[in-house]
Design a protein around this ligand. Sequence first.
Ligand code: 5GP
Ligand code: MG
Ligand code: MG
Length: 183
Amino acid sequence: MDVDEIRSDLTEVLITEDEIHAKLAELARRVETDYAGNPPLLVGVLKGAVMVMADFARELKMHVEMDWMAVSSYGASTESSGVVRILKDLDTEIAGRDVLIVEDIIDSGLTLTWLRANLESRGAASVKILALLRKPEAAKVEVDVEYVGFEIPPAFVVGYGLDYAEKYRNLRAIGVLAPHVYQ
Ligand code: 5GP
Ligand code: MG
Ligand code: MG
């Protein structure tokens, strides 16, 4: 879906499809260098990271395996609690593997802090993080994110995998959701 279809649902288009793809290409070149001869296992966090994973993985000029986890950190509230539940676990045994977590966005960073510790505790050789977007809140916690696409303002964004009530994930661009949609 293109922005034109839902223009009035957004206050602003933050990042276009072309800008996303150019950034993923940039990150892919870094990952190819950093993991040369030693391709990582990409672990996508469902559902938001589906688009990032699909485009980033295809951009890579190296063999990679892909696996998926689904976690829930919010419970009933809209604030991240840091209490994480695994809804779908990996199929892959990761002991000794170099793992690269692929995420859509880091807000509080609590989910990723938990996830990294969880994967490290399974004996992964290394666990690094790639996130397409990062909000300023993330600065409050000590989560080292090796690969960040874009730093964005603290607004609620949708598109390119990111949803509001399960909608807008299939929007090609990333935009700020207009308040009238959720008020
Ligand atoms: P946190 O880093 O706060 O633990 O949680 C990050 C998760 O919250 C993301 O994976 C995403 O599902 C959700 N999230 C955080 N900020 C936004 C946003 O601006 N838009 C959308 N659609 N989801 C967000
Ligand atoms: Mg996510
Ligand atoms: Mg969501």
